[in-house]
Design a protein around this ligand. Sequence first.
Ligand SMILES: [Fe+2]
Length: 305
Amino acid sequence: MTTVVLRPAHVPDTTIVEGPRVLRRLPEGVPSRPYDVFGLRPLGRVIGAEIEGVHLARPLTEPVRAELHRAFLEWKVLFFRDQDITPAQQRAFARNWGELETNPLLPAGDSDDVTRFSRDAAMPAFENIWHTDVTFRPNPALGSVLRLVRVPAAGGDTMWADMAAAYDNLPADVRRRITGLRAVHDFVPGFARFTDPEFLAARQAEFPPVEHPVVRTHPETGRRTLFVNPAFTTHIVGLDRAESDALLRVLFAQAHVPEFQIRFAWTENAVAFWDNRATQHYAVNDYAPEVRVAERVAIAGDRPY
Ligand SMILES: [Fe+2]
């Protein structure tokens, strides 16, 4: 039987260096263009925009789908308020971007490809760690569509960080050092915080650790994004433990820089649609004993390179 290794050596934060930031929202050479078929209100400098005038209950026309796709790549996370849609409509919207992903490690909602997150005093939240979804799989999700079904009176925000800005702002010597490096991602440390060891042991054979490049090239924008996260990345291949921990500490801290982040205050039936290839996120856990219920659909992704 496989032995479950509980959380490996914890890699703590480092101090964020102050000073100027490179805040480049678009890939090099791509001009900022307006959106013609809906309203777009920026919520941050490099990441996050609210879309106005699109209802997700109806099938998207091709011009709307195409502009949303451009906005998705350019803003990394899009928000839509007041979307009183069914799980089937949520699924249909996500299908515009590809096949849906099932996550057998999480509880299903009304079907296998809808994950329902219900957090209350009996089931505390554990998504309050910076992460990119399912990087423990060979092909992590392309993106996710999350709808808030029940929102606490205060709190329960979600934060996203732009991992292209995180990469751009690494010191030049760190960027050189991580070029070509690969890291191991494993679901066990992340899930060990809230999952019983028997279940973990049973699933380890199904989801063995995988390697991904430390710096990923976004398959559509071509931008380099930092692709390690403290929920699933355990170590950097070829470095000894102390060196790997020290380097990961620096890389993980990049997601903590406020200039690269957006923080979204949910309202009931608000929807977020994020590019999982370009971002990390963190669900702020500040609302217990109130209840927060969300439903997520994830879109299957490709192999990072
Ligand atoms: Fe997540």
